[in-house]
Design a protein around this ligand. Sequence first.
Ligand SMILES: Nc1ncnc2c1ncn2[C@@H]1O[C@H](COP(=O)(O)OP(=O)(O)O)[C@@H](O)[C@H]1O
Ligand SMILES: [Mg+2]
Length: 258
Amino acid sequence: MKLTPFDTLQDKRLGKIGTPERDAFEAKVNQERFMIRIENIYKKYGQLEVLKSVSLRIEERQVVSITGASGAGKTTLLQIMGSLDKPDAGSVFIGDTDLYRLSAKKLAAFRNQQIGFVFQFHYLLPEFSALENVMMPALIGAEKPGVAKERALELLRFLGLEDRQDHKPSELSGGEQQRVAVARALVNRPQVVFADEPSGNLDTANALALHRLFFELKEKYGQTFIIVTHNHDLAAMSDRCIEMKDGMIVADTRKGRL
Ligand SMILES: Nc1ncnc2c1ncn2[C@@H]1O[C@H](COP(=O)(O)OP(=O)(O)O)[C@@H](O)[C@H]1O
Ligand SMILES: [Mg+2]
């Protein structure tokens, strides 16, 4: 009988929990199984407990949506998962990397290479073209300009923006700007992409197009997408939907397993 990783974790023959051998084994199993693993995250702003012992494991190749009322702690959780904000307690693993054990310099390098972000406002640099904006993270990551350009063009083509490559952000529509921001998030081929209300400023048609794109990108490049959204259609399309309330996860639903 072949044991699944979860079965093997239960197998007492693997030794006592807490020994270095067992820890190494569990780390390996977790690494195979989870793209993101967060354990007992706490975060306070002054007296306000924004995240109260949040734990979550997310497999690779998933589109996961996070929903919940304003103030529930969604952005805070996303920023902590995405290496942008340190928790007061708890740990965050992306693959086998324990984010908040890295030095600031290593964390910045890891973020540049392995994590992509898309925000509600595109934050494209106004004085640069669409192509230059998309190339930027690759150039910051010391990629050769030729390679950076090739990758940026491939993404712009995939996103239907090839003929907009020389346009400045102000010369693009809202939907186009957001797609350029998605291309920029993907140019270093990160394993994980975090998006905070990416369609918050788009009309229905452009929001739907952007949401479809996340699924196409998952199929093509195999990335994991974690998307905070108020959009019910996107939440319903997702592989998994997590609902937050008052700093806690209150529902976790997988597609086809309601
Ligand atoms: N930097 C901060 N300083 C103080 N309070 C904050 C800060 N960031 C968020 N908060 C508070 O934490 C709570 C959760 O915020 P947030 O994570 O942005 O929620 P959501 O994204 O679900 O709307 C809110 O009450 C918010 O006002
Ligand atoms: Mg928010």
